[in-house]
Design a protein around this ligand. Sequence first.
Ligand code: PMP
Length: 396
Amino acid sequence: MNLDRPLLMIPGPIELHPDVVTAYSIAAPGHLSAPVMQAFKNTLRLMREVWEVDETYQPFVVPGSGTLAMDAIAASLVSPGDVMVQVDTGYFSHRMAEILRRHGAEVVVVAGAPLAPPTLDEVGDALSRTGATALFATHVDTSTGLRTDPEALASLAQRFGALSVFDGVCATAAERLPMQKWGVDAYLTGSQKALGMPPGLALWVCSPAALKRRQQRASPPPMSLDWDQWLPIMHAYEEGRPAYFATPATNLMLAAEVALQHIADDELAGATGIDARCARHARAATALRKAWAALDLTPLSKPDALGDTLSALRYPDGVSAELTKSCAKYGAVVAGGLLPSHRGEYFRVGHMGYSVTRPDYLVRTVCAIAKALSEHGITVDEPAAVAAVQAGLAEA
Ligand code: PMP
């Protein structure tokens, strides 16, 4: 497909597969119509595949953005006065901490060195010191590009008797997270990033222990955020029975089914499904890092703790945030910095979902950035950057 507009290469929303666009671009169907019932049922089944859990874990899909998923998790897991440990990775971990506070938690934030996640020892120390009932972390923080290690953090939380909860908004379906195997209790996300759907759905999966924690709350949480309100609805759709609590985003459910099926059907170098999809993101990220190096662009954050869904890159000396406008002019919309303390120092490029299945999109993005840098007075070797990304993508 040749686009007559710049590519949307921000860290969400993202470019969508044409089949996904076709699926939702219809007159709004009723929430109990056969196509929506079928799409809902399949979406919940496919979520179990993508999150890698069995029937003892519960997927939820409700209208809303990633922030609503964060609020719903907090509303159901926090009882006023609970102590929660939050891993500091940047802007979105700060948001989670604030949400937890607003639900009455006492939040202990564990920060590491600047622009690096804290060490496991630092997190373990906070868990043991505070007797926290849950550990919260952002899988990939979209403000810094930092990635945490959910496997190690979940096992740490288990050792200290705490639940582990991860914000996967910028990671789900791109970064490995076999939820059940790693002992993660809640993993939340939004629809508009690596899942490959338009914005508007809040999705999360809970372990049996997390569901039980909701039952231990003395008073029910706000109604639209309460898992217990949504649970019978999820059960009904899974069983193909009509049910109503609050109107689902019907067109988005049609998009969700198609997008998740694409992930389940993906194949790459002998891997299938979610493994193939994660490998595809890793390959794209590695290839792009080679292109950034060829353009002398350096990451904002600690290089050995970076996620595969976006690149947070420092502006070269003498280049301002005006660069992002030039990138759009040359064919790719990228995003400015988001972390308040460093906002004007860097820009962000999203590489997730459909775009990582399209080498031409990634090359076009590299070219747009190279041309924009050149317009801003930086000497760049665009052919070398293109060769670097192409060579990286050719590797299996
Ligand atoms: N967490 C992370 C890691 C995010 O990237 C975002 C969105 N950029 C959010 C939470 C909030 O999601 P939303 O904007 O869909 O509410």
